[in-house]
Design a protein around this ligand. Structure first.
Ligand SMILES: Cc1ncc(CO)c(N)n1
Length: 222
């Protein structure tokens, strides 16, 4: 995914330290090595269910920007993303039942990064499609990279943690690569629009911070 000469890959290289803090976090590494604390896993599950509900609204705003500002082939990619979020919500409900997590009674923990605030700041009509699609790409990529590491060779991930297949699969990697190509194309088409590229880079870093905060919250002591 990296090294293809696009802006996205360049940012991953420039901000490598932060990217690695987001994608090799002690929480996901503990899933990989089988030492994960179940209370932490359940905390993640409940909080991430709420994240995904917010994420649907955000992605709907990306789709709207796409329809207004971009070509139609992107539309199908984004629509596919919304369809998989629908699957994801069902998956969360199924997993929650399996682990006895009560999703109906869930509310954000004080240590959960403010997802609505972050995502709603990006669904403003003033925010360009390029910035929004870059945000979508990096949000998905952090999960893809984190969970692919959990199923790479040498892992001791407990079989009952089906989480890793959902985001770690080769199909999801391909999906993230298609988002990366869209983001790169948008950013390359805006070379003179320094403000847009700068905003997109800030959003990229904002997502990494959010994701690190999210893993921190998951692994914090109950
Ligand atoms: C916090 C977070 N980031 C990214 C994803 C990927 O969909 C998710 N489900 N949750």
């Amino acid at each position: 995914m990296e090294g293809d000469g696009g802006t996205a890959a360049a940012w991953m290289a420039t901000h490598r330290g932060m990217y690695e803090r987001a994608t090799r976090h002690p929480f996901t590494v503990s899933i990989r090595d089988g030492s994960v604390d179940l209370a932490a896993f359940k905390r993640w599950l409940g909080q991430d269910y709420m994240f995904v509900r917010e994420f649907v609204a955000f992605l709907a705003s990306v789709l709207l920007k796409c329809c207004k500002e971009s070509d139609s082939s992107d539309m199908e990619t984004i629509l596919g993303g919304l369809a998989s979020l629908s699957d994801e919500l069902s998956w969360f409900k199924k997993e929650a039942a399996k682990w006895s997590v009560d999703l109906a009674g869930i509310s954000p923990l004080s240590s959960t990064p403010s997802v609505p605030k972050f995502l709603q700041s990006l669904d403003d009509p003033e925010i360009s499609y390029s910035v929004a699609i870059t945000t979508f790409w990096i949000i998905e990529t952090v999960y893809q990279d984190s969970f692919a590491f959990c199923i790479e060779e040498g892992n001791k991930t407990p079989a009952e943690l089906g989480t890793c297949q959902r985001w770690g699969s080769p199909e999801f990697k391909q999906y993230c690569q298609s988002l990366q190509r869209i983001a790169d194309r948008c950013l390359a088409n805006a070379p003179h629009d320094v403000v847009v590229v700068k905003r997109a880079e800030e959003a990229f870093l904002g997502v990494l911070e959010l994701e690190i905060g999210f893993w921190d919250m998951s692994s914090s002591q109950s």
